[in-house]
Ligand binder design. Sequence first.
Ligand code: NI
Length: 393
Amino acid sequence: MKAVEELFPQSLRRTLVELRRTLHRYPELSGKEERTAAALHAALARIEPGPARLERVAGTGVVARIPGRDGSRAPVAVRGDIDALPISESTGLSFASEHPGVMHACGHDVHATWAVGAAHLLAARPAAGDVLILLQPAEETGRGANAVLESGALDGVAAIFGAHVDRRFAVGEVVAQEGPLAAAADTFEIELVGSGAHGARPHEAADPIVGAAALIGALQTIVARRVNPAYPAVVSVGSVRAGSAPNVIPDRATLTGTLRATDPDTRRLLVEEVRRIAEATAAVYRLNANFSIELGPPPLVNPPEPAGWARRAATAVLGDAGVVPLGFVNMGGEDFAAYLERIPGCFLRIGAREPGGEPIPAHSPRFYAAEESIFVGAAVLAETARIASEAVS
Ligand code: NI
């Protein structure tokens, strides 16, 4: 950790802490990060020597191009996401949210700050080639990464890196490894359509509520009986809507739920099986099933070579003891996976629990990342960009 502290002069420490606190105090929801984007644009514009290019992308995103020693090399990118969640904060922090019902409960205030911190470090000690610092909007809705890709801002980028704060790990611990790091997160909706009748005369109805009850049970057999137990998967029904009165059989019932898998084959299997079981169960109960799926982020799987660069960087910054295994399968989704479908790269997890602190889960109203994680994330991402930039050209 001493090596990290030496990288940040007092004035830069103050700048980054102040930026993080401002972002945390004024959180904004996905796609509405206007004030956040303006603050980040201003923070990047103040870096000395200045970015070769600084522009808004994908609505409320910002990209800064930090010059390398040789501008003719293919650039690499460092991404920090910037959006907040519709949660009322109860951290008790002195810089707690002043936007009612909105909160940085996933640590993106720190992700954005360490991307700016990495820009400072790379301006002071440039990589071989240019580095794009990407502040990405709308991670929580799973739409931001695709919007950035569509904008063309990453065309020609040779490698991309990003990270997430994690209070299951102490400040100074970093996960930088190949393989699965986050799950695909797809959303399904099933509308069961029958015909309504008086609750006293069920034989005149085709009852979607009884069909929905059977369907919810049948969906639980997918993970238990169809997915290879060696591959993690989740099928959760999260909402059930039907009916308006105790003595009325309604004509339709609607279920929604989430599907999680860490590999593409299991992901496809879950979608096919939910559809098949929905249609077959509907037929048994004389109903029709309207099935729809909204594909979210794909599984996030770090390829070996870029993961090796990130690991080398983390070891250089924190020593061998600072690089720790993930140690569990993460069934959360992360839209950074969309970049990795097109560009080599690695997604890391950065320890964010202060000494004596609790492992508060992300998306809790009590969640915050320890302040010192700003500097670890910035230092590791800057060094990863330097090692990758050297390696890709
Ligand atoms: Ni997050």
